[in-house]
Design a protein around this ligand. Structure first.
Ligand code: IVH
Length: 702
């Protein structure tokens, strides 16, 4: 797609824009900037091999956005900014496909494939047929139309003849180019088919987000992808980080003046050629995954090999598709009333199974959330035996219509945690029982509560044994205080024996008593002691994360640690102040506020401080004492004595903090030559001091 030389060009240009960070660019540069951004999108979303960091990409994107804001007349429909539609979808219009979207006949074993090949040979009179084999992506099919190099329409499959126009939603998928140079190949209009998918990683991340918010997770990546296409708000689609593989060119109109010459091979003459063409045009086609072979024997081998490696793929596939490679031969073979005779799906072994739901147990987590867990008759499913599955919350149980005694269909998508797809009410015999959600905490017996906006019932007794134990397990865990050789088992054991009752207790363990326990020799005791001692030096962000404050993950914990000098600063911060921090929304701010205004929590923090844990933000202290302590800086325009990065480093070394935009939180705007809108904005805010580069240097005594 991009030659090494082109790649170098776009990379150099990006570096240039990043180093200069101008307010806006002129029109010729705007065109280049757009192309550079498209290049980076392709590296990231199609090749999975970005050349710039997310931060740098954002800087370039913002530069494009600023320029287009000041010159709306320069905006083009295929600009990377035009993916984000602001308007909601008001219903979906039904449109006809240029060519009907067919489905494939299925095969399940080598015999089925041999049969398929025999029929094709008989019909064509050929001895050997060339095949192209590629994965069968497990998602939702789509059809795209490009006209004059621009994406003009995207539709769902619908009934195969008509689908729904979902263009705005499809534009949210960054691996689908908004424009592609079909004209280079003399193609004026093209209809392309493919599959919208959600990678396993995005699926898990999205489900973690849902369950974290007390919502029900989605059953599998396929449902996640197909459910996305008809969403009302394109922004919700963007949030799902979807992807798309394009594998079929179903229709083209060609410029009669520009047919491939005799010497040129027509890329559209074979299926493999069209996959290569799509790849060249910047689409994610199964270009690397495909294989071209002669005869059916190597087809069978490739299908079997691919199935064996299925779990290592970053996305779900449910089989392979075997296609006759030669397009003229495809046309000759034609189709039955349902399926093409030139292609067949080879279906992998199912990852679904049915089993009986025998009981539901209720577990109490670290935040008091009560999670129902279904106990099943053990069943073997794609490499593991499944005997219990989380059924998440009360709404989920209702949605899936689950009853004790039901036969349920379960699915394990790749290495993703198994889920219940549905119950099979038609198999009920009347003995099934409704699942009763408890009114009291199954551990401490106190009353359960549910917030209106949530689906989760919670135990709010912070002394509830289950929560106390789960909190300690989280505290010692690897990503938190990382107290090696402590672990879940020891937390539970010490708690049961009365040797540990709360988090500060971890630092006051009775080693003499532990030494008497079975399995605790001198060596393991010494290791435990050393690990606990070492954890006292963990930086503040880890301690904050380890406290298990609701909604505070590792990233937020870092932001929080950087915002204070000591953890006790949070005891005086208001919700409004917390909201000023990056990535801290209302829900998170409320949760942090509630935590630090709770007496018991404060008492715990004081005890931890006395025990010698790192309650101060060390980074701040190291920088401390600088003349710019507590002051924020922003540099704009071209500096003459220093590079932008040197100036920023100097400010930080002297205790200052760099911010990214002009606001009332900015203390100093340092202006170089040709400063633009930042200067204008700063002039309107009385509290911002506007100084020159020289004045900045004298501030730090240089
Ligand atoms: S070819 C006539 N190739 O599987 C050609 N389909 O029943 C028809 N699918 O609806 C499609 N991966 O949504 C083709 N590499 C692939 C595919 C694929 C997934 C889906 C597609 C289609 C269904 C076939």
């Amino acid at each position: 797609m991009y030659s090494a030389e082109q790649a170098r060009k776009w990379q150099e240009l990006s570096n240039h824009f990043l180093a200069e960070s101008p307010e806006t660019v002129n029109e010729p540069d705007l065109l280049l900037l757009r192309q550079a951004l498209r290049f980076h999108e392709h590296r990231y979303y199609v090749l999975n091999d970005p050349l710039v960091s997310d931060f740098e990409y954002d800087q370039l994107y913002k530069l494009l956005e600023r320029t287009e804001q000041s010159h709306p007349e320069w905006i083009s429909a295929d600009s990377p900014t035009q993916r984000v539609g602001s308007s909601l979808n008001e219903g979906f219009v039904t449109v006809q496909h240029l060519v009907p979207m067919l489905s494939l006949d299925n095969s399940y074993n080598a015999d089925d494939l041999t049969d398929f090949d025999r029929k094709a040979r008989e019909l064509s009179g050929l001895d050997t047929i060339e095949y192209c084999i590629e994965p069968k992506f497990d998602g939702a099919s789509i059809s795209l139309i490009y006209e004059n190099d621009q994406l003009v329409r995207a539709t769902t499959r619908g009934d195969g003849v008509e689908g729904e126009d979902v263009t705005n939603n499809i534009k949210q998928i960054r691996s689908i180019p908004l424009s592609a140079e079909f004209s280079r190949y003399g193609i004026q209009q093209a209809e392309i088919r493919g599959e919208v998918i959600m990678s396993k990683q995005s699926f898990e991340k999205y489900n973690r987000m849902l369950t974290g918010q007390g919502l029900s997770p989605l059953a599998n990546p396929r449902n996640a992808a197909s459910g996305s296409l008809r969403m009302k708000d394109p922004k919700d689609v963007a949030e799902r980080s979807l992807d798309a593989f394009l594998y079929h060119i179903s229709y083209v109109t060609r410029d009669t003046n520009r047919h491939p010459s005799e010497q040129e091979t027509d890329p559209l003459a074979t299926h493999a050629g069209s996959l290569e063409l799509l790849w060249e045009l910047g689409f994610r086609s199964p270009q690397k995954e495909k294989k071209v072979v002669k005869g059916i024997a190597p087809v069978i081998d490739y299908c079997i090999d691919f199935e064996a490696g299925r779990d290592n793929l970053p996305y779900e596939i449910d089989g392979m598709v075997v296609k006759v490679n030669n397009i003229a031969l495809q046309e000759q073979l034609g189709m039955t009333s349902h399926h093409p005779r030139w292609a067949i799906a080879f279906k992998f072994k199912a990852r679904q199974a049915t089993t009986k739901l025998r009981a539901v147990e209720f577990q109490v987590g670290r935040t008091g959330a009560v999670t129902p867990v279904a106990k099943l008759d053990p069943v073997y499913l794609g490499g593991v035996t499944v005997s219990s599955i989380s059924v998440h919350n009360e709404d989920y149980i209702k949605e899936k219509d689950l009853k004790i005694g039901d036969t349920v269909l379960i699915e394990r998508a790749g290495d993703v945690i198994p889920q219940i797809v549905k119950s099979l009410p038609e198999l009920r015999d009347g003995s099934e029982q409704t699942i009763q959600f408890p009114k009291q905490c199954p551990v401490c017996n106190s009353e359960l509560f549910k917030e209106e906006t949530e689906a989760v019932w919670r135990c709010i007794n912070i002394e509830c044994e289950a929560q106390v134990v789960e909190k300690m397990i989280h505290f010692v865990s690897k990503d938190a205080m990382d107290i090696k050789s402590f672990g879940e088992a020891n937390v539970r054991k010490f708690y049961e024996l009365g040797l540990l009752k709360d988090i500060p207790g971890i630092y006051r363990l009775d080693y003499e008593a532990i030494g008497k326990l079975e399995g605790f020799g001198k060596k393991s005791l010494d290791n435990l002691k050393a690990a606990i001692e070492a954890s006292k030096q963990q930086p503040l962000n880890r301690l904050i994360y380890a406290l298990g404050i609701r909604y505070v993950g590792e990233t937020t914990a870092k932001t929080l640690a950087n915002a204070v000098e000591t953890i006790f600063d949070f005891t005086t911060k208001t919700e409004e102040e917390l909201l000023q921090l990056e990535d801290v929304g209302i829900k998170v701010a409320k949760s942090i506020h509630r935590f630090f205004y709770n007496e018991q929590n404060l008492e715990m923090l004081h005890q931890l401080e006395q025990m010698g844990l790192q309650c101060r933000n060390e980074k701040k202290e190291n920088q401390g004492g600088g003349s710019l302590q507590g002051q924020t800086f922003l540099f704009t325009g071209t500096l003459t004595k220093l590079k932008r990065s040197e100036a920023e480093a100097l400010a930080e070394q002297n205790g200052g903090q760099i911010v990214s935009g002009v606001s009332s939180k900015l203390n100093y705007l340092v202006v170089g030559e040709d400063a633009g809108s930042k200067l204008e904005k700063a002039k309107k805010i009385n509290t911002v001091k506007i100084i020159t580069e020289e004045e900045f240097l004298s501030l730090i005594g240089q």
